[in-house]
Design a protein around this ligand. Structure first.
Ligand code: CA
Length: 387
């Protein structure tokens, strides 16, 4: 045995420049308006057959235009409800909620009277139909939950109720492109989602602050919440995007500047904001869950964060998300075969989040007595104007 020659390292083939990418490379999808899906390697995932099919993503926002030609085939249907009979057939507490709920008006029609929620929904699941916009997970199902009014504001109670509705009615992923200050009612709803195994993606906020707003900042203490900042097409963090700072938030970046997506009335437009970044990660989560439906939220968050290998200039997040790496991890690839995560960096991340978690819990205990009733939350988007 001692005579067996050692392997000759020089005989190994030259490294492929794309060797760290787990799926075969494919041509860029679409045109200039599709830079966002190309930037996060979504087409490489689609080529493997994972498109978000069977995954329900709740858009807790200003509502959704369910009649938009890009979205009409993707809207969630409550199978337990008979439309228009005035009876809560599925006994979920909501009468005739056939396609979601409007917590602002208190009715069964979560129509979008602002435009923001429809834009968010399109980034997740706009149809791959050869025109307009195309969602990151174009075969995912959208559950519209309206918690923000025409002006884009809403109460903490409505946001929390909307999250609980999504959890109770089968959402796999919840995306919340809104925020405000610490709120215990909202935290309790997110903790309920954690207990029920529902993943929550939250926009970091647009105040150019060192730390994210809430609910994104709850990612420091809840294992199912992931904070998302915005980056542009050049790979730089957006000027407005809130950082991690000392918050202990678990945060990645995603496309959030000049994002082309759907607007009510079969229209389209460009918007900027961390509101636009968060649904990219919700779509990515849907891709990963369509590849591996058994993923628990904490595992899902870990593979998205560890797979965020895009270098984003000026950020202090874990990096820009990469759908191909994350979904490959979802399929069971290991850190040694996908991406550059080393044991050392994994330990550093763990220690960092543990210390930060303690700090964040201290903040919660200090602020926990603040009355919640008048807290208002606001959407995190719309910068750059409607196209
Ligand atoms: Ca019902």
């Amino acid at each position: 045995e001692l005579d067996r020659p050692l392997p000759d390292p020089t005989s190994d083939p030259a490294p492929d420049p794309g060797a760290d990418e787990p799926f075969r490379d494919v041509d860029d999808f679409g045109g200039a308006n599709d830079w966002n899906v190309n930037s996060i390697n979504a087409p490489e995932v689609w080529a493997e057959g994972y498109t978000g099919e069977g995954v329900v993503v709740a858009v807790v926002d200003t509502g959704v235009d369910a009649s938009h030609r890009e979205l009409s085939s993707s809207i969630w249907v409550n199978q337990g409800e008979i439309a228009g009979n005035g009876i809560d057939d599925d006994v979920n507490g909501f009468v005739d909620d056939t396609w979601g709920w409007d917590f602002v008006a208190g009715d069964n029609s979560p129509t979008d009277l602002n435009g923001h929620g429809t834009h968010v929904a399109g980034t997740i699941a706009a149809a791959n139909n050869g025109y307009g916009a195309t969602g990151v997970a174009f075969d995912a199902t959208i559950m519209p939950v309206r918690v923000l009014d025409t002006s884009g504001t809403g109460s903490s109670y409505d946001v929390a109720a909307g999250i609980r509705y999504a959890v109770d009615n089968g959402a796999d992923v919840i995306t919340v492109s809104l925020g405000g200050s610490y709120n215990s009612t909202l935290r309790a709803a997110l903790s309920y989602a954690e207990q029920q195994g529902v993943f929550v993606v939250a926009a970091a906020g647009n105040e150019a602050d060192a730390t994210p707003g809430y609910p994104a900042a709850f990612s420091a203490s809840l294992t199912n919440v992931l904070s998302v900042g915005a980056h542009d097409s050049a790979g730089a963090v957006a000027w407005f995007s809130n950082g991690v700072g000392g918050s202990g938030a678990v945060q990645v970046d995603a496309p959030g500047v000049n994002i082309y997506s759907t607007l009510p009335g079969n229209r389209y437009g460009y918007l900027s904001g961390s509101s636009m970044a968060a649904p990219h990660v919700a779509g990515l989560a849907a891709l990963a869950l369509s590849a591996n439906p058994g993923l628990a939220p904490e595992a899902l968050r870990t593979l998205i964060v560890d797979g965020a290998d895009r270098s984003i200039a000026g950020t202090d997040s874990s990096g820009g998300v990469n759908s191909a790496v994350a979904v490959a991890r979802a399929l069971g690839y290991t850190a040694t075969t996908v991406g550059q995560t080393s044991a050392a960096s994994a330990v550093a991340t763990f220690n960092g989040s543990s210390a930060a978690r303690l700090a964040a819990d201290h903040v919660f205990s200090e602020l926990g007595q603040v009355p919640d009733a008048t807290r208002r939350f606001r959407l995190f988007g719309g910068l750059g104007g409607l196209g």
